[in-house]
Design a protein around this ligand. Structure first.
Ligand SMILES: *[C@@H]1O[C@H](CO)[C@@H](O)[C@H](O)[C@H]1NC(C)=O
Ligand SMILES: *[C@@H]1O[C@H](CO)[C@@H](O)[C@H](O)[C@H]1NC(C)=O
Ligand SMILES: *[C@@H]1O[C@H](CO)[C@@H](O)[C@H](O)[C@H]1NC(C)=O
Ligand SMILES: *[C@@H]1O[C@H](CO)[C@@H](O)[C@H](O)[C@H]1NC(C)=O
Ligand SMILES: [Cu+2]
Length: 387
């Protein structure tokens, strides 16, 4: 089964201007020796990291001016459930701030920066899933969102993650999980609504507008979608809990993804296959929360649910743990593989990605080669709290 037509890969990389990339980022704080890891030589990627076409709203450092090198302390991403109430509300306020900043992407339906992220994902959906660069495209996307929260909206924390494997193991029903709390979290399920369920999502329980929390309509609107159109179509955030699919996000399924010898096999297990009878941890947050009618279950518009960023941060953490704790560095900081064309695992049409393969997230950030994104403490600048 297919979630979208693979023929619609219409994203076009734009040409490039670099002048906006002056050093504007905050100065690095004092080093914290315990956290320091030696980054691979950034010269390897110098010149390869080109800003794309248009000046992004916020500058990124060039590799030679990486604002966070081995001398610098990365921001530490924490689990949502471990944030204080005040930290949670500051994160939510920063997300709300993004929805008030004028759009820069040129995507037709995008009115604000939050929409720019959703629209950028939507435009590229057919070319960034079931490919070798899936995990690094999403890593860059989340890091850019974190960058905007911090540098455009005054947020001083790191992007939090949602460790669904912990919530699942807690024994609480998902309606009780802290992430869905209407006061200190992202609000809960939508009311049950009849609707199409072409892929046969099991036990769907919602589908209507999320009625509570900070992202209830009309305080918050999803401005594009559903589906592949990026035209302006403001509507409510929807969720459609499916408990059987949410359960995919458990520790034994993470262990199965970790039990892989190289990058290509790792990323393939992370996504697994688009089949709702076969578990995959990437699908847990998308379809456990989004079901058939929920925003985060819409392959194009899933970033329209602010939870997307916490779900993908957790997948990124699973990747980070595999890189740093399960595998031999520096191999996991240099090696990439997997198809350029979606599902082309036999290399019939497009070949495999290489380290110089460019990730493009439109006007939100400069293009970056995969080689610059493998390390979270080089061009990027974050790490994860030790579990
Ligand atoms: C979490 O996983 C356990 C074990 O698979 C399961 O028994 C439990 O029902 C799950 N919890 C939820 C809320 O899905
Ligand atoms: C995790 O989920 C898989 C199915 O997706 C199931 O077979 C396995 O028993 C679960 N593990 C735990 C620890 O709940
Ligand atoms: C392409 O990558 C896959 C892993 O995703 C690997 O198994 C395969 O050998 C690679 N093919 C070539 C020709 O390098
Ligand atoms: C993919 O296959 C083509 C055709 O056999 C081959 O020329 C190319 O080198 C392969 N590329 C990779 C990266 O596997
Ligand atoms: Cu995606």
């Amino acid at each position: 089964m297919k979630f979208w037509s693979t023929a619609t890969a219409s994203f076009i990389g734009l040409a490039i201007s670099s002048q906006a990339f002056a050093a504007v980022l905050p100065r690095c704080p004092a080093p914290a020796p315990a956290e320091v890891v030696t980054a691979p030589a950034l010269e390897d990627t110098a010149g390869a990291l080109k800003p794309s076409g248009v000046s992004p709203l916020l500058p990124w450092p060039t590799p030679s001016k990486a604002y966070c090198s081995a001398r610098c302390r990365p921001v530490v991403r924490k689990s949502w459930r471990k944030l204080s109430t005040s930290e949670k509300s500051k994160y939510i306020a920063a997300v709300q701030c993004l929805t008030k900043k004028k759009s820069v992407s040129g995507i037709p339906g995008a009115k604000n920066i939050f929409d720019d992220f959703q629209g950028t994902h939507s435009e590229q959906t057919p070319t960034i899933h079931w490919v070798g660069h899936f995990v690094l495209w999403h890593r860059y996307f989340i890091a850019t969102y974190e960058h905007y929260l911090r540098n455009l909206c005054g947020y001083t924390g790191a992007q939090p993650y949602w460790d669904w494997e912990y919530d699942n193991a807690s024994g609480l029903d998902m309606a009780q999980w802290p992430i869905f709390n209407p006061t200190t979290g992202f609000g809960g399920n939508g009311p049950y609504k009849n609707g199409d369920n072409p892929f046969g999502i099991p036990d769907r329980t919602g589908g209507g507008c999320v009625p509570d929390g900070p992202f209830a309509y009309p305080k918050f609107t999803v401005n594009m979608g559903p589906g592949e159109s990026t035209g302006y179509n403001p509507h409510c955030l929807t969720r459609d809990f499916s408990r059987p699919l949410m359960k995919w996000g458990n520790q034994s399924n993470i262990n199965w993804v970790w039990d892989t010898p190289d990058y290509g096999h790792f990323t393939r297990r992370l996504e697994n296959v688009p089949d709702f009878t076969i578990p995959n941890i990437h699908g847990s947050g998308h379809f456990g929360v989004g079901g058939a009618l929920g925003t985060i279950g819409d392959a194009y518009n899933s970033p329209g649910d602010p939870l997307f960023y916490l779900h993908h941060a957790n997948l990124d953490r699973v990747f980070w743990q595999w890189q740093w704790q399960k595998k031999n560095l520096p191999r996991s900081l240099t090696e990439v593989s997997g198809p350029i064309v979606a599902f082309d695992y036999n290399n019939l049409s497009g070949g495999n990605v290489t380290a110089s393969f460019q990730i493009n997230i439109g006007k939100l950030a400069p293009n970056a080669p995969l080689s610059a994104l493998l390390n979270t403490q080089g061009f990027l600048c974050y790490t994860y709290e030790k579990p």
